[in-house]
Design a protein around this ligand. Sequence first.
Ligand code: KIV
Ligand code: ZN
Length: 388
Amino acid sequence: MSDQIIIFDTTLRDGEQSPGASMTLDEKVQIATLLDEMGVDVIEAGFPIASEGDFEAVSEIARQVETSVIAGLARAIPADIDRAGEAVRHARRPRIHTFVSTSPIHLEHQMKKNQDEVLEIINATVRQARNLCDDIEWSAMDATRTPLDYLAKCVEVAIRAGATTINLPDTVGYCVPAEYKAMFEYVRANVPDADKAVFSVHCHNDLGLAVANSLAGVEGGARQVECTINGLGERAGNAALEEIVMAVRTRADVLPYTTRVDTTQLTRASKLVAVASGFTVQYNKAIVGKNAFAHESGIHQDGMLKHAETYEIMRPEDVGVRATSLVMGKHSGRHAFKEKLAELGYELGGNALQEAFRRFKDLADRKKHVYDEDIEALIEDHITEDAE
Ligand code: KIV
Ligand code: ZN
């Protein structure tokens, strides 16, 4: 089995399903173009039957994107599948992604169908899609709350009908990593011809486990990871693309997989999606948060000034951040303060440094953010006082 993970980005589909995150056609094309440039393998561009705007966005992205596979989502309904086929048909590499629920709770309350009826639907809809496109992804919605023997039957039918990718989503973010890994192992071991398809993870973050579950699914044999920039997505969001990619890159010793993503574009992509969706990124967000490479405490700043690996496991430039920042605040130490003064052009030693540091601490206790200008003012005032 290949060690390469296929990165499937669904920012423009599941990400846009976050209440209030709608994006314009231009914004979507811009995001898709960047995802393509940065080496994302599959871009789910939208849900063509959902609206005219979604159909137009998927068609336009299909026309413009050069390398990535362009997927359009469709329920297991003939009209949805035709519409998705029409929208992706201009792509150099089109994919139809069709899904149906498989869990007892969805079958009883939402679909009002029995298990055999759902098996027939899978067979018919995957075959219909396969007549329109060679690359077909089939998803078992709510897979993680589906009995394993029935899930395996559904997957068997989908592969026999022509699905080339099988996605087993944790739709409601309910699973824990060991369970998710075991689900993939079970299905892959119990479905004839399982190796004819690529298995895929798709994890929601309701319990904050989306990335951990995704990586566990990969350990269980999945080789496609569905994720979004900034973890944008329904409810608590989806697994964050930047976290998956950097986990694999940083922990290659225990996660022996690769991706094609140019990680130096991650910060750019994060900012673009934040502006387009209107969802600002929390300061302490892993990889792309404002504080991901910032240090304020004296002990950490001192360590960072001696060797960057004391408190950083990734290099900021590898994710597109210019440099680590040592933020000056009440927790900062003398070492960082002296470096900051040197950066601002002041050479202070002995008592002058002691006194400046005392004044700085005094200021930092009163002020939430201490800017370079504050430190300059503090030094200049002191110099002026001394001269008088
Ligand atoms: O979470 C989910 O189950 C989905 C499917 C449509 C793949 O988003
Ligand atoms: Zn989803």
